[in-house]
Design a protein. Sequence first.
Length: 488
Amino acid sequence: MSNDASTPTDFEVVILGAGMSGLCMAIQLQRAGIADFVIVEKSAGIGGTWWDNRYPGAQVDVPAPAYSFSFAPNPHWTHRFADAPEIQRYQQRLAESHGLLQHLRLGLGITEARFDADAGRWRLRLDNGDALSARFFVCSTGALSVGRWPDIPGLADFQGQLLHSARWPADADLAGQRIGVIGTGSTAAQLVPALAPVAARLTVFQRTANWVLPRVDRRYGGLDRWLGRVPGYAPLARRFWVQVMEWGRRGFDEGTLARRLLIAIANAHRRRLVPDPALREGLAPSYPVGCKRIIYSNDYYRALGRPQSELVTAGITRITARGVLTDDGREHELDTLVCATGYDTLHPLSGIRIEGQGGWLLSEAWRDGANAYLGITVAGFPNLFLMLGPNTATGHTSTLLYIEPQADHAIACMQRVRREGRRWVSVRADVAAAHDAAQQQRLATSVWSRCRSWYRAENGRIVAIWPGFTAEYVRAVRRPDPASYELG
Ligand code: NAP
């Protein structure tokens, strides 16, 4: 869509991204009485990662009652662990019931953003050449939006079908094929059980064996849906799951009962589901539990044990025209090679040139790794708010619990600028630096410092994960400390 004379170009708020965090921000803005906003979304529909990720088997691994906003319980969930289309439908209903469709501009990206300090406005350039401006700019693109291809030589030489899990083609038909999957993370653990029954042969290339816990899923029946409509039940169910998961957070700390339980359950799960000793040994993790995202699955191990499946633990030498050559000299011939190799989480917003005060570029500010005060604001970038920014990912609970207070925090900052008749608000550089130093110090001795993962950069800096309990984050974020911010 291109701007014409009747399309507004100047807004109080521009929100980039129509996933969970963008939708939440839009709804909270409306509640705060700010209706002059637009949501710019690169994809053709609403949902963010749940729109983009259409690989077979895509599901959430957090119980659905906690994967709904506190202000929008959903009595329609069909399973405790909802699948991607069901979550996308929840998001669509959310957008429709809150009148957000009229605020959406789909199929558009932002390429440049420059803060005009004199006017106290962000000047934005879209990928169709159009310009927008806004007093406040909210980046709600999420950590998991840009798929990452593996850095393996020869990838471009492969003559078969090459797919990435994060951009699954709607018409992909892999039935009867020799399929290879690179990666053994949360995505692969969902894809592999979906592909195994249709593949002629399924080869899974594992670099690291991961910790797998049972997925205590169940179908929600009529009684659940009836209860879901009983006033007070949905918040109670949500609170229950939030508390259960918050308790599970203890499992990331050494010496806790929760940790001993996690390890014992995962080991028993593997013993039960992998009768073949050689396969079981290949699947035994060698890094501390929790360092990478824990996988919840009842069918991943079973899928690997099928006669037509093979787990390859030899390293990959290179990709060839016909398949994958491994370090033991074997060439694995394939019709389709699926890269379930995750996302670029280390360079958030790198597709946009973001210029703050005094021409300072976000890419420069983040040269040694992305960081933001409470994951939300960046010194030198006034009136810019990040949703699910650096160090706000969680390995133990629902990301929605982090999104809601982030929106509260950002809106409180916006309201202060509006109320006090100022042009901008910016986190104080000393406050942001002290926050970052304390956080990195805490993370340096945490379980997340003890392996390679998408939480951690090559230089050892942990850029993605929040080190503490969710309650601690919510307390720190919900109401911004006025002394942490300066106004201009
Ligand atoms: P990921 O956790 O980053 O896993 C990527 C996998 O690819 C890893 O097994 C990695 O091995 C492997 N890999 C990467 N480069 C490789 C290379 N050059 N050679 C061989 N192997 C390579 O990505 P993901 O599985 O897509 O999951 C990302 C995150 O998305 C999850 O942690 C989770 O937060 C979210 N997610 C959630 C769900 C859900 O159920 N809610 C489902 C899917 C994804 P190494 O471990 O050795 O690096």
